[in-house]
Ligand binder design. Structure first.
Ligand code: ARG
Length: 465
């Protein structure tokens, strides 16, 4: 192998073929090319403005970088593995294009602060996209929730029938999760968009750089506070990966519900044909593969987070090559999470909920038992006593294979004399849902308030950058 032009001065020979392959990152970090160029452009301009390079030299560098960008965008750029990474590929081409001045671009800069900046720009852009996709998905949840505000289904705790709820309430729960996801990402941006340029390799620099100018040009509000921290900090990657992990976990929970609801024993939802597959052997099957795969892919994203936490835990200050592992971990999580958000929005738009099946499921499972207890409390009976009496009524109904609402009034009165004919109105499932108007509850005006609040949030588009 030939010697590396960027750092090979003190080396007698280049790396072995297998080592070059092992250590290279250009096969994947070329995804950061445009971000790297943006950082270099800002650096070049600053070098000119500070008189470290002449203005003419800075101008040449910026023009040269523009040309490199063009070549990359048009797919004409020739990536070379022997140049290791995206940074050296770009610098090498720039030098071919601009001659000697290209060799001055790296003045006052190290790849250590350079890669930090490029990756921060990249992560920030991707996270902004995630945030937009999360908002778009939340919007679909709100729309579907509004359509189904009046439909009821069993709400579960411990996966056991608990109380009837509005399907709107159930779907809105996910909109609230997505709102937290989007807000978490907005908050995370504050720590991603911090410029490390000017930290040099680890100790700062002797050149009179203006790191503020670079940060300003790139739209970063903040600057690193310590050069050693700046070149070795990957908290921003970890935080972004946590955002993706938490977001995937939310998607996965809904996937799990779709899978359960699509089971014929539930029959609450019909899968759109485009989001289900058949079995090669069993003709009756319609499998929720998309939801299953999305649930399965969560592991990759968690894996990336755990991967990076593990990479970081043993690193002494400052830059260590281990850090290069951050790209593939992030890129894989990014591809998985972004695609999942988009596909979930499309699938949710097309899900057909079977409202009659959901309604019918409310009738088996004593979902109105709490109503009877509350009814008895209304008649002046202490809740603990009311709870016990209701339990007796449930046991009786169960024995008879009936719902509480199907028991004759006399039998109910045998259990508790305070029960009157008005009990049946109290046991009505729709009424049980309507009655829960407490803040955030499943009642109709609570739903309207939630939807209004979520719509307000979806309207505001604060530009976090
Ligand atoms: N490809 C490297 C990375 O992703 C760039 C920085 C290399 N710096 C160094 N001193 N070897 O981390």
């Amino acid at each position: 192998m030939s010697k590396n032009k960027s750092w090979g001065g003190r080396f007698a020979a280049g790396p072995a073929e297998a080592v070059a392959e092992y250590t290279q990152s250009v096969s994947f970090d070329r995804a950061l090319a445009l971000h790297d160029i943006a950082g270099s452009r800002a650096h070049a301009r600053m070098l000119g403005a500070q008189g470290i390079l002449s203005l003419a030299e800075a101008e040449l560098l910026v023009k040269g970088l523009d040309r490199v960008q063009e070549e990359i965008e048009q797919g004409r750029f020739i990536w070379k593995q022997e140049l290791e990474d995206v940074h050296m590929n770009i610098e090498s081409r720039l030098t071919e294009l601009t001659g000697n001045v290209g060799k001055k671009l790296h003045t006052g800069r190290s790849r250590n602060d350079q890669v930090g900046l490029s990756f921060r720009l990249f992560v920030s852009e991707r996270m902004q996209e995630w945030r937009n996709l999360a908002r778009a998905l939340a919007r679909v949840f709100v729309v579907r929730a509004s359509e189904h505000a009046g439909d009821i289904l069993p709400g579960y705790t411990h996966m056991q029938p608990a109380q009837p709820v509005s399907l709107g309430q159930h779907l809105l729960a996910y909109a609230w999760m997505l709102r937290r996801d989007a807000m978490r990402m907005e908050d995370c941006q504050r720590r991603v968009r911090v410029s490390p340029l000017g930290a040099g390799a680890l100790a700062g620099t002797v050149y009179p750089l203006d790191p503020h100018a670079v940060a300003r040009e790139l739209g970063f509000a903040e600057l690193f506070g310590n050069s050693m921290d700046a070149v070795s900090d990957r908290d921003f990657v970890l935080e972004a990966l946590f955002c993706a992990s938490c977001g995937m976990m939310h998607l996965s929970r809904f996937c799990e519900e779709i899978i359960i609801w699509a089971n014929p024993a539930f029959g609450f939802v019909r899968l759109p044909d485009g989001y289900a597959t058949g079995s090669s052997m069993m003709p009756q099957k319609k499998n929720p593969d998309v939801a299953e795969l999305m649930r399965g892919k969560v592991g990759r994203v968690y894996g990336s987070l755990l991967n990076m936490l593990t990479v970081m835990k043993g690193l002494p200050l400052t830059y260590n090559r281990d850090l290069q592992e951050d790209k593939e971990a992030f890129l894989d999580a990014d591809a998985t999470y972004a695609a999942s958000l988009g596909i979930m929005a499309d699938m949710l738009r097309e899900l057909r909920f079977d409202a009659p099946r959901m309604r019918a499921a409310c009738a088996g499972g004593f979902l109105n038992a709490t109503e009877l207890a509350d009814y008895l409390v209304g008649k002046g009976i202490a809740f603990r006593e009311a709870h016990y009496l209701t339990g007796e009524a449930v046991a009786l109904a169960e024995q008879r294979g009936l719902g509480l609402e199907d028991l004759p009034l006399e039998e109910l009165r045998n259990i508790c004399g305070a029960i009157d004919a008005d009990v049946f109105a109290a046991l009505d499932y729709e009424a049980a849902v309507r009655r829960r108007e407490s803040a955030g509850g499943t009642g109709p005006s609570s739903l309207r308030a939630q939807i209004a609040c979520l719509r307000e949030w979806l309207k505001s588009d604060i530009d976090v950058q």
